[in-house]
Ligand binder design. Structure first.
Ligand code: ADP
Length: 193
């Protein structure tokens, strides 16, 4: 059983590694960006509110995202563990998720930060934009998202470091090597629990 969060900039491989870790541990993978894109695609009221922010590379307001993700996380599917990616992404989100997690038996065991140099992030995101056509993977929005990450999300590294649950993992090299490094870190953290 593991409750983990992947905390890393756009392009670091949260989605790819999140899927692989979820399969390895047999728990659901919950990606905030995928959930939001699903709402946009389905034309829900939340999707209508979120989509402008997403297209501009800005964060969707905290209250919308917190409600969406904590509702999902509170469901039966994540009772026996989960791999979260893309949430929390701001300090207010982290604080709300933390108190909610304590109250709902969903506190995080380990937060994994993937280390990838910025030029490699930009290269990967431009390639993904060409291949998948994700509308926010264009040069201008990529730069904006990296700045938003550095300004608003990177402070969460210290937040989790201070709680003793931050694990930094090299995010470059073959995908399966990164997965093994993450699994080693998580397993070591679970042993110390
Ligand atoms: P990436 O990490 O490559 O930016 P994501 O799929 O995680 O991709 O996120 C895409 C977009 O969805 C973000 O740029 C943002 O607009 C929105 N988003 C995702 N997660 C959050 C969050 N926790 N808080 C606010 N906005 C979010």
């Amino acid at each position: 059983m593991v409750r983990t969060l992947l905390l890393a900039p756009p392009g670091a491989g949260k989605g790819t590694q999140g899927e692989r870790l979820a399969a390895h541990y047999g728990v659901p993978h919950l990606a905030a960006g995928d959930q939001l894109r699903g709402h946009v695609a389905d034309g829900t009221p939340l999707g209508a509110q979120a989509h402008g922010y997403m297209d501009r590379g800005e964060l969707v307001p905290d209250d919308l995202v917190v409600r969406l993700i904590l509702d999902l996380l509170g469901g039966d599917a994540s009772r026996d563990g989960f791999v979260l990616d893309g949430f929390p992404r701001t300090l207010p989100q982290a604080e709300q998720a933390h108190s909610w997690g304590l109250a709902n038996d969903r506190a995080l065991d380990a937060v994994v930060s993937l280390l990838v140099p910025e030029d490699e992030l930009v290269r990967r995101l431009l390639e993904r934009g060409r291949e998948s056509g994700r509308s926010d993977d264009n040069d201008e929005t990529i730069r904006k998202r990296l700045k938003v990450y550095n300004d608003q999300t990177a402070p969460l590294l210290d937040y989790y470091r201070q709680r003793g649950i931050l694990h930094e993992v090299e995010g470059t090299g073959p995908v399966e090597d990164v997965t093994s490094r993450i699994i080693d870190e998580i397993d070591a953290a679970l042993q110390q629990r």
